[in-house]
Design a binder for this molecule. Structure first.
Ligand SMILES: Cc1cc2nc3c(=O)[nH]c(=O)nc-3n(C[C@H](O)[C@H](O)[C@H](O)COP(=O)(O)OP(=O)(O)OC[C@H]3O[C@@H](n4cnc5c(N)ncnc54)[C@H](O)[C@@H]3O)c2cc1C
Length: 333
């Protein structure tokens, strides 16, 4: 059933908790209801990757389709999951039912519907590897589409859905979790986990690591990694290494090099740096926080300052991973 509310505070609806309001919010609980929506609206999941920088006058559509269906075959488990299911709830559900595969992605905030949008990833796994298809309503063509994994065009924090922010509403995501499971422990932070650990034990270890490293948005409002890790050419990398031999990096298959944005920001001594009520977290340079009644302008000023300083020192333009929402749409830094 679609519900409709007006003049709603956005503070509890996004994890950065800025003090703005939405003119109207529709919440849909069945996939078919999406076909009745018309006009220019913003799709919102749990708001953990979206920062509202001002009051929002366009309609917001929250997707609350809540279903998990599982079919078993000889080689694995086929899941069809509603876009409104909480991501970590799905991870726990699969592991409790002895369906391993999602353990490295435990405790990532947000909804299942948003997971393919930026191809969520953590600890050496990206969700696109486990998605078999995505069902979405095409708002422009007004028709249902079924995207195979290849058609989703998954890349680092990117997909066809992210590149067309006003075109698709994802209603269901299908996953295939093979029975031939192997632990994925090559990522540095997981090196201490027992190689014979069960998927559930790996999930518990990931949860403990995340809790020790990342600020909990319920206590310190934030939107996770604010910037994406930049990819640079070998030439740019060599220039940086000359001045910063210890730069955190790892090579990519295409010959380029990925840099750790948090390392670059930390190197500039910006941990704890504050603009108005927005600040860089004291322990995690990649995380911007709403420290003290921040306004949207504080967040934008801080993010642009960080970007300028990184560009000046390292010659690298870092891009926002979070979606900064102005009233007219996405704000570019
Ligand atoms: C503390 C913290 C830690 C985090 N750690 C990680 C991490 O380790 N790895 C990682 O990848 N991300 C991480 N994130 C980011 C965030 O958890 C993910 O991006 C998550 O997928 C966002 O889900 P959401 O439902 O909150 O999305 P929202 O913020 O509500 O939406 C994000 C984008 O997706 C679109 N969208 C949402 N639902 C749909 C839908 N059904 N159909 C079409 N478009 C839709 C929205 O329009 C918006 O553009 C972290 C965030 C926080 C706060």
């Amino acid at each position: 059933m679609t519900t409709h509310q007006t003049a709603i505070s956005l503070k509890p609806l996004h994890s950065f908790q800025l003090p703005y309001s939405a003119a109207e919010i529709f919440t849909i609980t069945e996939a078919d209801e999406v076909t009745e929506l018309k006009g220019d609206y913003l799709v919102l999941g749990e708001g953990s990757n979206t920062i509202f920088t001002c009051d929002f006058s366009r309609p917001i559509v929250r997707i609350a389709i809540d279903s998990i269906k599982v079919e078993e075959s000889d080689d694995g488990f086929h899941l069809c999951v509603g876009a409104g299911v909480n991501w970590h709830r799905l991870v726990l559900h699969t592991l409790e039912q002895n369906m391993p595969g999602l353990e490295n992605l435990a405790l990532i905030p947000g909804s299942v519907g948003a997971a393919p949008v930026q191809n969520i990833g953590a600890y050496g796994v990206e969700v696109g590897e486990l998605i078999s298809s995505v069902t979405a309503w095409d708002r422009e063509e007004r028709k249902w589409c079924e995207f195979t994994r290849q058609q989703c065009e998954f890349a680092y924090r990117d997909s066809i859905f992210k590149r067309h922010p006003k075109k698709f509403v994802i209603t269901d995501v299908r996953f295939f979790l093979p029975k031939a499971w192997r632990p994925r422990l090559s990522y540095g932070a997981l090196a201490d986990i027992d190689k014979n650990a069960s998927a559930y034990e790996i999930m518990s270890a990931v949860v403990a690591i995340r809790n020790s490293k990342l600020p909990n948005p319920a206590q310190i409002p934030n939107a996770g990694s604010f910037f994406k890790n930049p990819e640079v050419t070998p030439k740019v990398f060599n220039d940086i290494v000359q001045h910063h031999p210890d730069v955190a990096h790892y090579p990519l298959e295409n010959g380029n090099i990925k840099l750790a944005a948090g390392w670059l920001i930390d190197k500039l001594g910006l941990k704890g740096f504050q603009c108005g009520g927005a600040a860089i977290h004291r322990k995690q340079a990649l995380v911007l926080i709403n420290n003290d009644g921040a306004q949207g302008s504080d967040v934008l000023e801080l993010a642009r300052y960080v970007r300028r300083r990184v560009a000046k020192e390292f010659g690298v333009l870092i891009e926002a991973e979070v979606r900064l929402m102005g009233n007219d749409g996405l704000i570019e830094l």
